[in-house]
Ligand binder design. Structure first.
Ligand SMILES: Nc1ncnc2c1ncn2[C@@H]1O[C@H](COP(=O)(O)OP(=O)(O)OP(=O)(O)O)[C@@H](O)[C@H]1O
Length: 262
């Protein structure tokens, strides 16, 4: 399968701080990746590179076959869906949910005078239904719960029919029910052969949706493990990544981790 995202020996520096240190990672068509690591590990930095929002200080990043630095990122960005806390902050609180999703077609946040086709509206409704939030279509973004907002943002990221969907901590701040609804929606997406390549950043193995195929673990800007979930998502790799002895359990494609007794 062709690479959709390829980081080759990527280092990112800001002042004296090394955010990513010689990272090499390839994501191929059809794959669904979860990126796990503790706070400050460099996960968001990796996703920002994949989203063409940041360039490496050293090394090469190739996104959808184009090398960053040698391509107009504004042509590339419509092919990438991206949700993060920073994207959420840019959405006007008074924006209608349908418009939050529709405006992604123009790469803007906040509807103004753009004209949308009936096809766009039915597409937006279809995606909102896929994410289980179709009933919220006439509500304003500011009145939604955190979990509802997260699902609307994923719908927005899917609106341009992207080839690569990047989700930075979509379950952060959700209660148990909200997390389970989201994991279930993402599990459905993961199993849909028409869905884009998925990369999901998380701190918690409990948030790994069933159907995800690969895991990348990162600590202090360095990759600690990467590969197919079945063989890579192990207690040993998690212990190295989170710097703590851990017990990992798997049941019906879902995972749970806790500290190992001393
Ligand atoms: N502009 C910057 N200048 C200096 N350090 C930075 C800058 N941006 C990020 N960092 C640092 O780089 C490290 C990696 O940040 P990043 O946001 O990628 O981590 P993360 O794994 O996503 O963390 P979290 O799970 O807490 O969101 C952190 O220690 C952060 O403080």
């Amino acid at each position: 399968m062709a690479p959709v995202l390829e980081l080759a020996d990527v280092t990112v520096r800001r002042g004296t701080h090394t955010l990513l240190d010689d990272v090499s990672w390839t994501v191929r068509e059809g794959e669904r990746w979860v990126v796990l690591g503790p706070n400050g590990a460099g996960k968001t930095t990796m996703l920002q590179i994949a989203a063409t929002q940041m360039h490496p200080s050293e090394g090469t990043a190739t996104v959808l076959g184009e090398i960053l630095g040698a391509v107009d990122v504004f042509e590339l960005r419509p092919r990438i869906g991206y949700t993060s806390a920073a994207v959420a902050e840019r959405i006007p609180r008074g924006e209608r949910v349908l418009d939050v999703v529709l405006t992604a077609s123009y790469g803007v946040t906040g509807r103004w005078r753009e004209e949308y086709e009936e096809f766009d509206e039915s597409q937006a409704l279809l995606i909102l239904r896929l994410m289980g939030v179709e009933h919220l279509v006439d509500r304003t973004f500011g009145t939604l719960s955190e979990g509802e907002r997260k699902r609307v943002l994923i719908a927005r990221a899917l609106m341009t029919d992207p080839e690569l969907l990047l989700l930075d901590e979509p379950a952060a701040g959700l209660d148990l029910g909200g997390r389970e609804d989201l994991v279930s929606n993402l599990g459905k997406l993961a199993r849909d052969p028409e869905a884009p390549v998925l990369v999901l950043v998380s701190h918690h193995v409990e948030e790994v949706p069933p159907g995800f195929t690969h895991v990348l673990m990162v600590r202090e800007g360095k990759i600690t493990a990467q590969g197919p979930i079945a063989e890579t998502l192990t207690a040993q790799n998690l212990a190295i990544t989170f710097h703590m002895p851990l017990i990992l359990e798997e049941r019906d494609g879902r995972y749970a981790a806790r500290r190992a007794p001393r």
